[in-house]
Design a binder for this molecule. Structure first.
Ligand code: SAH
Ligand code: SF4
Length: 376
């Protein structure tokens, strides 16, 4: 028997083509998409408006398979983190951050990362492999189910903002483990499903890709699926950025800034978010802040300063709070909206850059507490 098709790997076009290859009508794709994603349904038997014979066929040839949850931790601040088994001794993490006005799910796109940024625990693990679309999307599918947020498939909602309000997961950020733009093809299909009205129906403004600055892939994203963009800047000049974010040697700051300007022509938001990790005595002086101002002059942008989150054996320290405030003040005084990221979920190692730093160890120590392979 051939391997079942994982429906989480397919966007609407892919699903339509697959149904056509079975001799089925294209509208079946829309029906099944709603069941799988909106309703969070993995059992074909429950898809009551799908013909019985087709349900039996689906049960034989398809499955809905998300990564298995190995550990589910809740922080004192409500942040929830899932450690997910992606096979072969690899695990990735997703984090849900509830806030008063929104719920953000941070998802991973690769097991490990090849880009080796100096301050990042994922980078220190090295690169294991790209996640498949079903593994990326599976994180959203799972979180939706586990948070009890899968929607009634009949509920259509209203306008864009109305639809997004009141959702448990209102925003998705590709800021977990890995570099999304280094796994472009799988990420692209996953993004299309996130935006699809038959699936999650998120607006482009509420889906953010974070990149360390792979310039050709930024251009491709702009063409193929412009969503909100965050760029991990971390240094105001090439010498320092070469050291902190080694991909800078290939795509230096001038090329990166030009790519940001091109992206804005098609972006759903009229600014780029720059992420800037605050490393004590490394990139956090007044002079660095002023250099940043000249670097981004003329480019509509916001800054998100991220206090460095330490992990075992990291050579850096977090900048003191006062230093961060002073740095932020220089940007704000120049008219740039600047936020300091509140560290969330530290007690469960769910803060930025701490994800799965010790996955291999943890994998050995933990026992699966929940499996999600219902239909396979
Ligand atoms: N690879 C992508 C997305 C994943 S990393 C990128 O680099 O943008 C998400 C964010 O966490 C990036 O801005 C990254 O620089 C930051 N980050 C990585 N390690 C960190 C750490 N130890 N402390 C704080 N932020 C960190
Ligand atoms: Fe990879 Fe992003 Fe970590 Fe750099 S910061 S090593 S690009 S995950």
């Amino acid at each position: 028997m051939s391997t079942p098709v994982n429906l989480l790997d397919l966007d609407l076009d892919g699903l339509t083509t697959w149904f056509e290859s079975l001799g089925e009508k294209p509208f079946r794709a829309r029906q099944v998409m709603r069941w799988v994603h909106r309703e969070g349904c993995a059992e074909f038997d429950r898809m009551t408006d799908v013909a019985k014979a087709l349900r039996a066929r689906l049960a034989g040839q398809a499955c809905v398979r998300a990564p298995a949850v190995m550990r589910d931790s809740v922080s004192v601040d409500g942040t929830r983190k899932w450690l997910l088994d992606v096979g072969g001794g690899n695990a990735v993490e997703s984090v849900f951050i509830p806030e008063a006005t929104r719920g953000t799910l941070c998802i991973s796109t690769q097991a490990g990362c090849a880009l080796d940024c100096a301050f990042c625990s994922t980078g220190k693990q090295g690169f294991n492999r790209n996640l498949a679309t079903g593994e990326i999307l599976g994180q959203l599918w799972l979180a939706n189910r586990l948070l009890g947020a899968a929607r009634d498939p009949q509920g259509d909602g209203g306008g864009e903002d109305e639809r997004d309000n009141g959702r448990v997961i209102s925003n998705v950020v590709l800021m977990g483990m890995g570099e999304p733009l280094a796994n472009f093809d799988s990420v692209l299909v996953a993004l299309r499903v996130m935006l699809d009205d038959y699936a999650y129906g998120l607006s482009r403004r509420r889906v953010t890709v974070s990149t360390s600055g792979i310039v050709p892939a930024m251009d491709r994203l702009r063409e193929e699926c412009p969503v909100a963009l965050a760029v991990s800047l971390h240094a105001p000049d090439d010498a320092l950025r070469d050291r902190l974010v080694p991909i800078n040697r290939k795509y230096p700051l001038q090329a990166l800034m030009a790519a940001c300007a091109r992206y804005l022509e098609r972006a759903p938001r009229d600014f780029i978010t720059f992420e800037y990790v605050m490393l004590d005595g490394v990139n956090d002086s007044d002079a660095h802040a002023r250099q940043l101002l000249s670097l981004v002059r003329g480019l509509p942008c916001k800054f998100n300063l991220i206090p460095f989150n330490p992990f075992p054996d990291s050579p850096f320290r977090r900048s003191p709070q006062q230093r961060i405030q002073r740095f932020a003040g220089i940007l704000v005084d120049a008219g740039i909206v600047t936020t300091v990221r509140r560290t969330r979920g530290e007690d469960v190692d769910a803060a930025c850059g701490q994800l799965a730093g010790q996955v291999q160890d943890r994998t050995r120590r933990t026992v699966p507490i929940h499996a999600s392979r219902e239909a396979c």
